[in-house]
Design a protein around this ligand. Structure first.
Ligand code: SF4
Length: 48
């Protein structure tokens, strides 16, 4: 299954709430080596 990334994920399914999110700073983070933003999200979201 391909990753469907969105820069504006619904509340409760944001990168910042995902266990794969690694915070870099308040505006950015990393997910499996990719740059992501806290309010983004994808279909691999897994709650912390
Ligand atoms: S798996 Fe998806 S929702 Fe979770 S941090 Fe990575 S890009 Fe964001």
């Amino acid at each position: 299954m391909d990753v469907q990334y969105t820069p504006q994920a619904p509340e409760g399914k944001k990168c910042v709430q995902c266990k794969f999110y690694q915070k870099v700073n308040e505006q950015s983070g990393k997910c499996f080596g990719h740059d992501v933003i806290p309010q983004g999200g994808c279909n691999k979201f897994t709650a912390k």
